[in-house]
Design a protein around this ligand. Structure first.
Ligand code: PDD
Length: 289
């Protein structure tokens, strides 16, 4: 993070260096909070309403009250983005249960949740990955059964990504005990099967249903592809014609190697390239092809 980073904490804009949270914040102590990551592409924030509605659902699921309405939050985020010096940015929104003595049970009612909104430079994705495809590994999905909540408790995701990184891979894909592929450590996974059908996990509590995932599904259906929402097996993933993953920061990222096995002919396939293009168009102006 640089000095340019714009920070809104609780009820005001503060300098990045002054943006401090008490050590007893339950986000720090228990990972007791929820978050969102939203992209701004210069013309506006990509599906901010959907992101904030998901934040509201996550917060409701863990009984953290939103400190303001979604419309008010939208205005604060727009103001934050306008204060940021560069044309494109990434927005991080985090809401924790607030500051209270360390006991597991909820703090007394009336405890104010801590709201953090940060605007910063989006992570740079090497263009080589989009041209040649990313390498991924699979890891056991040891997460809890409420992955639909965008919780800041990300230890299994952090460990999975680190394992991927240490083995020279870009992403780790979670596989449940029953051999079913769920999603990436910070992304949703898609494959193209033998008959050209696109397959992705259904939006159950075993995945975080991505805003990018929903947009890519819309693009795929508009383009006339057949799409099935079910959990593919690991074998199916290995033998698929194409694999890609989606998330706000990586957009549509082709995958050409899973656990050392080459996918398709080792190059990003035609369906993936088409969807990368369609999603890019959407990011350019918010509207489909
Ligand atoms: N991660 N699944 C998981 C586990 C995620 O953490 C994310 C996003 C997604 C994709 O969601 P979306 O398309 O709405 O970004 C799926 C964000 C980017 C992060 O933690 O940085």
């Amino acid at each position: 993070m640089s000095q340019e980073t714009v920070v809104y904490l609780n009820d005001r804009f503060v300098d990045y260096g002054q943006a401090l949270v008490p050590v007893l914040d339950r986000g720090y102590i228990f990972g007791d909070g929820v978050y969102e990551v939203i992209r701004d592409y210069g013309w506006g924030l990509f599906r901010m309403r959907e992101h904030l509605e998901r934040l509201e659902r996550s917060a409701q699921a863990v009984e953290i009250p939103l400190p303001c309405s979604i419309s008010e939050m939208e205005s604060i985020i727009e103001e934050a983005v306008s204060r940021y010096a560069r044309p494109v940015s990434q927005v991080y929104v985090q809401l924790t249960r607030g500051v209270a003595g360390r006991t597991h049970r909820f703090p007394p009612s009336g405890t104010t949740p801590t709201l953090l909104i940060m605007v910063y430079e989006p992570p740079l994705m090497p263009s080589e990955l989009y041209e040649n495809g990313a390498t991924v590994i699979t890891v056991p999905d040891i997460r809890w059964l409420r992955c639909d909540i965008k919780s800041i408790n990300l230890l299994p995701n952090v460990l999975a990504k680190e394992k991927a990184s240490r083995s020279g891979a870009f992403e780790a894909i979670f596989v449940r005990e029953n051999g079913r592929v769920t999603e990436g450590s910070s992304s949703n996974v898609f494959l193209v099967d033998d008959s050209g059908r696109i397959v992705t996990a259904p939006a159950t509590s075993l995945i975080l249903s991505g805003i990018t995932r929903a947009a890519v599904i819309e693009c795929a259906l508009e383009a006339g592809y057949e799409l099935e929402q079910r959990f593919p097996s690991l074998d199916e993933l290995y033998s698929s014609k194409e694999v890609f993953f989606t998330c706000s920061s990586s957009k549509v990222m082709p995958v050409t190697c899973v656990d050392g096995r080459t996918i398709g002919d080792g190059k990003p396939g035609p369906v993936t390239r088409d969807l990368m293009n369609r999603y890019d168009v959407l990011c350019r102006n918010g509207k489909p092809l």
